[in-house]
Design a protein around this ligand. Structure first.
Ligand code: YXS
Length: 259
């Protein structure tokens, strides 16, 4: 059974995450179903994609599926990781992807929402950046997604505290395009999609790709890259990384020692 619902609504394709028992955690099975929807929408040449959760979802997405994170001694966010694959699919999709958020957006799901081209949220939506809560060394392109959406001081606060920020603050900070009530958000997103659909899909697709290339253009030397990867390895090889993962799976508070 698919973990998403897929529908066409005029010129837009809508994919709705529907795995409530795991709070839409972005495990391989859910991500594969989202990617299949994206492929179908690419074939249909939709003018916009909407990524959302069910209207009654308790959580928009709980982020990476912690059960699928390695226990240590392996990069937890390598190139082929489902979360990384989903982020690239959003960035590479030839039409705008709109994140329609209506509840808690956690960890890697926060990166997914911010990788989307437009974010529309309801007032009860929150956004949390959680690597430090689990002891995870986030990856370089992932940090760049956040860095391109969130001012550095706010990003540091979100990473270091791992506390969720409310939708109205996210809107005030420019992280979210619009905050709209639960009963108006569907029409609001459809209106955005209709406006996009009225314009040139070729121009939009090319400008989206130009902006992606420009946003990712950072002078990083091979030496710098290897140093960043080495720093990350000291974390995912650490006791604290294993402790963070195990504490989550054992449903207890982690005891980080800095080792
Ligand atoms: O106990 P059962 O089997 O019913 O399962 C529970 C949870 O274990 C499960 N679940 C998850 N499973 C895998 N990965 C997850 N991220 C995840 N989150 C939840 O779903 C069942 C219901 O969860 P429960 O009882 O906690 O639901 P709730 O409604 O009371 O609370 C919802 C949340 C989202 C507030 C709570 O589940 C939570 O705090 N989840 C973890 C959020 C989080 O820290 N996500 C980051 C994951 S790691 C990640 O995204 C990146 C690697 S990073 O950390 O670097 O950003």
């Amino acid at each position: 059974m698919s973990l998403v619902m897929r529908e066409r609504d005029g010129a837009m394709g809508v994919v709705t995450m529907n795995h409530p028992s795991r709070r839409n955690a972005l495990g391989k099975a859910l991500v594969d179903d989202i990617l299949a929807a994206f492929e179908a929408f690419r074939t249909d040449k939709v003018r916009a994609v909407v990524l959302r959760a069910m209207p009654d979802a308790k959580v928009w997405s709980a982020g990476h599926d912690v059960n699928e994170l390695p226990q240590g001694r392996r990069d937890p966010l390598g190139w082929d990781d489902p979360l990384r694959t989903l982020i690239r699919a959003i960035e590479d999709f030839p039409a705008p992807v709109i994140a329609q958020c209506n509840a808690g957006v956690w960890g890697g799901a926060c990166e997914v929402a911010l990788a989307c081209d437009i974010v529309v949220a309801t007032p009860r939506t929150t956004f949390a950046v959680t690597p430090a809560k689990l002891g995870v060394p986030y990856n370089v392109t992932g940090l760049l997604t956040f860095f391109n959406s969130v001012g550095l001081a706010v990003l540091k606060e979100m990473v270091f505290t791992a506390r969720p920020i409310p939708a109205d603050r996210a809107e005030h900070l420019g992280i979210v395009n619009h905050v709209v009530s639960e009963d108006e958000i569907d029409a609001h997103v459809r209106d955005l999609a209709d406006a996009i659909a009225d314009n040139s899909p070729l121009s939009i697709g090319v400008i989206k790709e130009q902006l992606r290339e420009l946003a990712g253009a950072h002078a990083i030397t091979p030496r710098m890259f290897e140093r960043l990867q080495g720093l990350r390895r000291t974390v995912y090889d650490s006791h604290d990384y294993a402790e963070g993962i195990n504490a989550f799976l054992e449903k207890r508070k982690p005891n980080f020692t800095g080792d």
